[in-house]
Structures are given as C-alpha cells and as structure tokens.
Design a protein around this ligand. Structure first.
Ligand code: BEZ
Length: 399
C-alpha cells in the first residue's frame, strides 16, 4: 500500500522543489514530491546546464541572501562528487547607470561597498586588457568580483535529489502531476493525483512557470511573465581563451543584454556559452513554448560575439530554449509567500515561483521549510535579517 500521509507535500520536483524536500527530510519531515515530468527535465526554469553565481546585487537584501547561501552551497556540495559552483569570478560591465532585471553596475557597487564585498573596478580599456573582449564603447566600465562563478545546474539538481533521498524521509513521485488541492479540514491539505489522494500538514508549491496551473484548484493566480529564452554555444578558435561569468549592461530596448560563461567540462567542452538576456517571446502559459530558438535572438547573440569577443567562432551551436518565470511586479526579484488558500492567508502553504534563482537553490529550500515550520515575516541568516515582504506575491483570484 503506497504511503498517503505526509508532513509535507512539495508540488514540483525541479531544483527548488528538490532542495525543499532535502531541507524538510533533513529535519525529519516525511515528505512527498510530486513531479509532473521526470526529475532533471528541461521543461521548466531548471533547463540547460549552467547558471551564474554572484554576490553583487543592486538590492542589499539580495546580496545578503547570496552571502548567506554560500554555506548552503557547501552543505549541498557534500552530496556530490562534482563541483557544484566553479569560482571563476563575475565580471559586470557596460553602461554603469543602466538598470535592468539584474540590477545595475553603480547600484551593485554601492551595495558591495556597504557589505564590504571586495571587487576591482575596471574601465573599458582595463576590461579589454584583462579579458577577451574587444571594441567596447570607451565610456563602458564595470567591475570584477572574484567570488562569483558558474553553477553546474544538473549536478546541483542531482545533489538535491540525492540529498533528499539520503534523508530517508522523502518519496519522489515522477510523472504524477498534482490535480485538485483540498483542505483536509484540520489546517492541512489533500492533494489528488490520478494515482491517489495524499494528505499533509504542509504544502510547498514550487512549480516555476507552471504555478498558475497548480494554483487553479485554489482559485488563485499570480502575475508572472514566462520568458522563452535562447541560448547558444560558440566554438573556441583560440584554445587559450579564458572567461569569467559575465554580464553586459546595454540599453535593453535595443535587445542588447548578453551574458556568458567560462568553458566547462560538463557542457560542450571546447565551446563557450553566450546567451541573450531578453525573451524570444513572453508566454502566458508554458504550453506555448517551442524548443527552437528565435533566429533573431541567435543572430543578435552571434553579432555580439563577432563584434566584441576574442577567440570565439561566431556561429551559434548547441542552441536551445528555456523558460523563466519572472514577477510582473518589477520590485520583486523572487516571489515567495504564504498562500491565501480558502480565503485566508495560510501559513501551511508556501508558494515559490519566479526569479533568477539558480544561485539560491540550496538556501531557498531552507527558506521554504523554515517559513512552514516557524511562520514569520523575516528569516535570520547569521547577521542578516531577510524580510519576506521583498518577495511578497500580489495574489488575485483565478476566475
Ligand atoms: C543573474 O545572475 O541573475 C543572471 C545572469 C544572467 C542572466 C540572467 C540572470
């Protein structure tokens, strides 16, 4: 007889859902993860092989969260033979006054100064002298921060999966989408699937771009834009080319935001990933997603590589698309909140959905579990108090 009673049900077995299951299992909570596809799939926000880790943020609380996440990365690292974050540093450059979804150079420098995060300031000539970029506008500037790096995303998800199972308290059900979500009339939930009904005191909804589908039974929805984004790899024509992770801030209205990575052994060795940081299209539902990248995005990506990067062939290879859910409320970097199910704010149900959260995978699981176990308005990590209001969701009724 399969188990039907749990302390926690996690809907969504992506990176954040698995991390949540690990942190719950570690605390002795009997936990069920329901994943509509197989784990480690490429259908949601955890698509592709790499993400950027960085400490710098334009918002102090986000930088504090990044600093706090470091020990959670170290803990998760204990479950993997692979290096989860490779510390190649993070280079930000471009127009220093520009602000984008990722923040801005000037604002991030101020936060780094406040938090005593070390970095090296660079002008355009200094960037070109130290890194393989060329033809940068003379008024560009930026900085290099040495603690940033590249995240092996699949190894991170595998580690969270292994860690969750190693706790001995976590069941992971693949290809079992959640259907109805009902109150169990004692403060908890019942989640129905086509294989059964499961009951738990607590529920974590971690379904990324699919969140509004998951929330339908609760008659709730929230404002996200689902970006379909393109990515490509470029062959090294100079075997000596060495890059940190990097991001260039240029006028976003010109579709001119790009970011890139060092070469890594876990994804297309001999090639380097350079991606566009603008959507091919904005979807209202993940079912609208296509797997073929936009030729326009790839052309802009290739043009940036040809115009501004040294030692790379500018033909896009190994191209792909991925989805990212971003908050429509531009003041929210992440959406993480208690869920007002059945008419009242419900401290037993936490929803996490949107944001560039790859760098927070290990700590977000802890945040979600702490919110469920000790309902609060702020989470303390060392000396940092992270107020949850920064991640508040503007809920609306689905109908
Ligand atoms: C980030 O560090 O949050 C990020 C980097 C590249 C693209 C988008 C987001």
């Amino acid at each position: 007889m399969p188990k039907k009673e749990f302390d926690l049900i996690v809907i969504g077995g992506g990176a954040i859902g698995l991390s949540t299951a690990y942190h719950a299992g570690k605390r002795g909570l009997r936990t069920l993860v329901l994943e509509q596809y197989g784990v480690l799939n490429n259908n949601g926000s955890s698509a592709g092989e790499s993400r950027q880790f960085r400490l710098q943020y334009a918002q102090r609380y986000m930088a504090e969260l990044s600093i706090a996440s470091v020990e959670y990365w170290a803990e998760l690292q204990g479950y993997s033979q692979k290096s989860l974050v490779r510390q190649n540093g993070s280079l930000w450059f471009g127009d220093p006054a520009l602000n984008s979804q990722e923040g801005g150079i000037d604002a991030a420098e101020k936060v780094m100064d406040d938090l005593h995060i070390p970095y090296t300031k660079l002008d355009a000539a200094g960037i070109e002298a130290n890194f393989p970029f060329k033809g940068l506008p003379k008024d560009y500037s930026g900085f290099f921060q040495g603690s940033g790096g590249i995240i092996d995303l699949k190894a991170t998800e595998e580690a969270a999966f292994d860690a969750a199972l190693a706790s001995g308290n976590v069941d992971i059900h693949e290809y079992e989408p959640a259907g109805d979500i009902r109150s169990n009339n004692s403060g908890g939930v019942i989640v129905d699937t086509d294989r059964g009904s499961y009951s738990a005191a607590k529920l974590a909804i971690c379904t990324g771009p699919y969140v509004n589908d998951t929330l339908k039974p609760l008659n709730l929805s929230l404002g996200i834009d689902i970006w379909q984004m393109s990515s490509a790899y470029f062959a090294k024509s100079d075997p000596g080319v060495m890059l940190p992770t990097w991001f260039v801030f240029q006028d976003p209205s010109d579709s001119a935001l790009f970011y890139g990575f060092p070469e890594v052994d876990w994804a297309h060795p001999g090639y380097i990933r350079v991606a566009t940081d603008f959507p091919d299209k904005i979807l209202s539902d993940p079912s609208q997603r296509t797997f073929v990248p936009s030729p326009k995005s790839l052309a802009l990506d290739a043009q940036w590589v040809g115009d501004h990067m040294m030692g790379l062939d500018s033909t896009p290879r190994f191209t792909s698309t991925c989805l990212i859910a971003l908050a429509q409320n531009s003041n929210r970097e992440l959406l993480l909140d208690y869920t007002p199910a059945w008419g009242t704010p419900n401290e037993n149900i936490v929803t996490y959905t949107a944001g560039w959260a790859g760098k927070y995978v290990p700590i977000l699981g802890d945040m979600i579990v702490r919110m469920l176990l000790e309902p609060s308005t702020a989470l303390q990590y060392g000396n940092y108090e992270i107020p949850l209001r920064h991640f508040a969701i503007d809920w609306t009724n689905a109908s």
